[in-house]
Structures are given as C-alpha cells and as structure tokens.
Ligand binder design. Sequence first.
Ligand SMILES: [Zn+2]
Length: 408
Amino acid sequence: MRTYEYRCRPNKQQEAQLMAVLIASRRLYNDALQELVEHYKATGKHLNLFEQDKRHGAKEHPDLPAVVVDTTLKRLHRSFANFFRGRKEGKRIGFPRFKSADAWNTMQFRDAANCLESSGGISRAEGTLPRGDCLPNGHGNYLKTPKLKTPKICGGRIRVNVHRPLDGVFKFARLVLRPSGWYVQCVTDYDGERLEPSDKAVGLDMGITYLVADSDGGFVRNPKSFRVSASKLAQAQKRLAKCRKGSHRRWKAKKQVARVHERVASQRKDKLHKVSRSYVNGYGTVAVEDLKPANMVRNHSLALSISDASWGLLRFFLAYKAESAGREFVAVPPHYTSQKCSHCKELVQKSLSVRTHICPYCGYVADRDTNAAQNILLAGTPPSLRDAEGLVKTSESSVPLKREAIGL
Ligand SMILES: [Zn+2]
C-alpha cells in the first residue's frame, strides 16, 4: 500500500461545496454515534453497520454523496471495532468520540470511480498503467490541470496538481483538508521496488547535535530550516496568546499557527524521507537504537521536542522502507552505546559535553556519536557476520551516499 498525495486547486464555489460536505459528514458521524449509544441504552445491543446503513439512505442525507455516507459509517464502526478489540486484549483504546470541527478533516471515496483523470483524456480508472506510462506525450507535461472526479455535490471536476505519476493499482481516494488547503490522497497497492541484496551494514545514532551519526563516520546535520521554523512557530504562538478569546483576530492567529505547524512537519518529513531513503538504498542492514520516547526524559524546549519527534519518525521511515525494499532493519537495546569503546568494548565514562571518544585502553579515537553508532552496529549484527576481532566489516570507500546533499 502506498499513498500519493496531490494538491487540489478547487475554485471558490467548489471550496464552499467541499466544506459543506465535510461539515455534513461530520454531523452524520456524530449523529450516528449518538444513535448507536441510544440504541444500546434502549435495547442493550450493538447496532451493526448493515442495520445502521439501512437507516441512512439518500433520502435522509440529500446533502451528502452516498459514498461518503457509506465510508463515514464504516469509519465509525471501525472505531467501535477497535474499541471492543482493545477491551478484549486489555489495551487502552478509547471509546469513539464525538468529533469537533478541528478533529474532522477527511472524506473518503470508496473506489476507483472517483479518481484522477488527465486533461489529455487518459483515465486512470483501471489504475493498471505501469510506472511512468501515464504521460500522454511522453514529456512529463501531462496532467498539468487534471481534474479530480468527485460526486457533483462535492464540486464535480476539481483541478489537481499531479506532480508525480501514480504507481500500482488504484484503491481509493481521500480528500483531506489541511491548514494550507485541500489535498487528495490516492491509495494504491504499490509496495515499492525491491532492491538488490547488499551485505553492507550501518549503525545509526540519532542525536541532538546531529540528526544522525552513522558508523562509517558520516553525519547528517539538523537542517537550519528546523531552527528557522521553530522560531516562526514561537512567534505565531506568541501572537495567538495575545488575542482575546472568541475574537476574529484570534481565529486568524490560530490558523496561522496551524500553517506553521504544518510547514514544520512537512519540512521535517521531507528531510527524514530523504535520509532514510539514502540509508536504505546504501546498506543491506540498518541498525538503530531502540529508543522509547516515553521513557526518555521530557524536556520542554522546542528544539528538543523537534528532534524528539524526528527520532520516532525516522525510525518508522527506515523500518517500512527497509521492509518494502527487502532490506533488514534492526532495533537494538540502548545500553551503554555512547560509553562503550567500539574497538575494545571497555567502558569509557564521559559526560554529555565530551564530544570525542578517546579510549585509554586501546587508544581508539573517534567522534562520540560515531563511536555510539559503531556500537549500535555491533549490537545489531549477528556474530556470524563479524570478523575475528569481533568487528563488523564495513567498506567505507564504496558508500554510495550523497551525504553532502542530505545535510552537510
Ligand atoms: Zn578501546
């Protein structure tokens, strides 16, 4: 499964129509939830999806496309199913909630009937065109102003900026409202390309000074844009805090904060996607520390919270990219990775401010984070793949990474 997200460019009228449908679908969700609760109170039984669906036809919801009624009810019942499953397995999954306007920004369309169509007349309804084969003239300037076919009530044909071709068989589409506007997400069954096997392995240490330090001595710096965005976010939040509650200015300031948040998040995601892609492409095995953010000391400074979120996301990106590419991803327990000497395994105590690892036992000198990354690599490599001294074979010369491009 892969999701492609494209920017929508609805006109004013379409925007109003989309908004109206979004609001109506939220009302439906909340009403249906209310209905389930009341039905349970009255009869002691859970109303199933099929029964509830019968109560919500076109007559009851003239303001909603049938497919949105359907998918919204399904969504509600899925959250109920999750809740009951959680109770059974002893997990804490909350009871479905009534949705506020802030918590409702998606409409789902079921099938490929609502999908992208190019202005050149090639419909991807079947979704079976192979990669790169959707260019009518073969030069990439297709789909400049394609339209998204949605039910008429949602504004009909909406302009979409298809900035990259879609791979795989098209499954379904979602319309998502973000602070910066409307987006269409196309979910396909594409799983990504398998990569040729590689016996190279790398350990990654995620830190604050650097986003990543790897066991081959490479570093990926935290990009400057993170810091710039962080100060912009602080500014916007300050403005918001000064506004009177319920005022128009506050509403505007709130929107501004949301925009900055979105921008920070997308910059971070962009960076992490590039970093994780380069490591998965360059190595057959990627080892990281098994950090559990919940166990880490909470610090409320913004810079830390950004790197905090980055670690989890980077790990997630590495894991799924490695899996779909047929490469190995290992999470190792984080014990003494920064204190141990990666050459002689002796413990070399050092405080956080000491940036260089100098081993008094064997004389090994390395950057603190590089040494940690080498320990992570060691812990993540099975003994069969280590050489006589217990070290992992790495070939530094043949690293195909473009490290300059990703951060230095
Ligand atoms: Zn040593």
